[in-house]
Design a protein around this ligand. Structure first.
Ligand SMILES: Cc1cc2nc3c(=O)[nH]c(=O)nc-3n(C[C@H](O)[C@H](O)[C@H](O)COP(=O)(O)OP(=O)(O)OC[C@H]3O[C@@H](n4cnc5c(N)ncnc54)[C@H](O)[C@@H]3O)c2cc1C
Length: 418
């Protein structure tokens, strides 16, 4: 890496999520001179979405992971409640690009970072009816929790049992709401968990009082002026005080229409996280990033990837020449009362699984390399397994020890350089 700082310029970052914050904090390690403007469509200080459930459970405020002094410390012109509606990249080198903001004002930039994250994706008729809630942003979550805490609602229906749907179900149950959750596939968290881990997760959900109906397809949200219930494929109508869509996420890209920034489902980037437009980088849930294991580019939408991508963009903005190594697949369930952590792929040419110290461990191998793991109950081996997953070297004799209860903590592992 060789730093070659440019003369002072204006860098604009669209988005104040984990990706945007990571860009700023990395850039400022090397460059205190550039003018940095950060725009967020929401009216808050930067917040961490994974901490929202904790905050609504305990009132801890832990989701506000950066203090009110952060913008001044980072020398950032922080503009909450500012929505970008269009981007016009520079046409010639030496020219500035332009952003159009809601209300019609314009903002010029020398270099731009697209870190606008993702929002709810609910391809169901009626999903846009007033009264269909979601938990994808702090604004949406606050509106939902306000209704719950007003006491006006004690019965909720959640469509989708993916990661975010599970988190909301547990939160609302904890807040005293009766929750009924519908999932069209045959297991919870189908994108991350294998069938076996999913059974443990389902069991824990049921014990916590969440009613989960698998293999139940929801056709639509129904209601005239306001959502009142859901229509199941069977023809049955289920009514509730609170209706929540947790059917997936999609990148926030609307404002990029006509900008020339190449995109498919997400913004397309090269190995330095540059977009097709000159001087425009992108990071976080908004991009299609290559998977570290398979090379396949898609939207990964998890916190550690957003932070790492932000770091790479920050370094490249600061004049270093840094390649992005690829995104990891990983997720964990924090509020189940039973720790569950899944990473990598959930199939292989060899599968090791079994009870480990009261928990359950499943390891997926391909060509003698670890390509995925699922840990239920006891997640202490996670660090060492992650290291093996990232290294992608043949396991050799280490394979015989992978299922040992203290794998990842014993001297053997450290001697092998994990
Ligand atoms: C409830 C919940 C729990 C989660 N838990 C976990 C977890 O446990 N582990 C994990 O790894 N991941 C988790 N995630 C996912 C993780 O939060 C995201 O991957 C991460 O927030 C992505 O960061 P980001 O900066 O790319 O986007 P976001 O966090 O979505 O931030 C996007 C920013 O862009 C702004 N923006 C959008 N459009 C515009 C516009 N037009 N103009 C101006 N600003 C705009 C928004 O206001 C926001 O500031 C969770 C997500 C949710 C919702």
């Amino acid at each position: 890496m060789a730093s070659s700082l440019r003369p002072s310029e204006r860098i604009v970052i669209v988005g104040a999520g984990p990706a945007g914050v990571s860009v700023v904090e990395t850039l400022r390690l090397y460059d205190r001179d550039s003018e940095v403007v950060m725009l967020s469509s929401e009216p808050y200080l930067p917040y961490s979405p994974p901490a929202m459930v904790d905050h609504f459970l305990t009132g801890s405020g832990s989701h506000l992971w950066r203090s009110p002094e952060w913008p001044a410390q980072m020398q950032v012109d922080y503009r909450p409640g500012t929505i970008v509606t269009a981007v016009e990249p520079a046409k010639e080198s030496g020219e500035r690009g332009r952003l159009v903001l809601e209300g019609g004002q314009e903002l010029e930039y020398d270099r731009l970072v697209i870190a606008s994250g993702s929002r709810l994706y609910a391809p169901l008729p009626g999903a846009d009816l007033p009264g269909v809630a979601n938990f994808k942003s702090l604004s949406a979550a606050e509106a939902l929790i306000k209704r719950v805490k007003s006491g006006a609602a004690n019965r909720a229906v959640i469509v989708g049992a993916g990661f975010i749907g599970m988190e909301i179900a547990l939160l609302l149950t904890e807040l005293g709401v009766n929750v009924q959750q519908f999932e069209m596939l045959g297991q919870v968290m189908p994108a991350m968990l294998d069938e076996h881990s999913a059974r443990f997760a389902l069991q824990a959900m049921l014990q916590r009082g969440v009613v989960v109906q698998l293999e139940t397809k929801v056709q639509a949200f129904i209601g005239e002026m306001q959502a009142e219930g859901i229509l199941l494929e069977s023809g049955e109508i289920v009514r509730a005080d609170i209706l929540i869509a947790a059917t997936g996420v999609r990148p926030n890209l609307d404002y990029l229409a006509g900008s020339g920034v190449a995109q498919r489902w997400g913004v397309m980037v090269n190995d330095h996280l540059q977009t097709s437009a000159p001087g425009v980088y992108a990071a976080g849930d908004v991009i299609e990033a290559p998977d570290k294991l398979t090379g396949e580019a898609y939207v990964h939408a998890i916190f550690p990837n957003a932070v790492e991508q932000g770091r790479v963009v920050g370094l490249n903005l600061a004049g270093f020449d840094v390649r992005y190594e690829g995104a990891e697949r990983m997720n964990s369930l924090k509020h189940l009362g039973l720790p569950i952590l899944a990473a990598g792929l959930k199939d292989g040419d060899e599968v090791l699984h079994g009870r480990v110290d009261g928990g359950w461990r499943t390891l997926y191998l391909r060509h003698e390399r670890l390509v995925g793991y699922q840990l239920v109950g006891d997640i202490r081996a996670a660090g060492a397994l992650r290291s093996l997953l990232n290294r992608q070297q043949p396991l050799g004799t280490l394979k015989d020890h992978l299922m040992e209860y203290n794998f990842g903590q014993g001297s053997l592992v450290w001697a092998s350089g994990i």
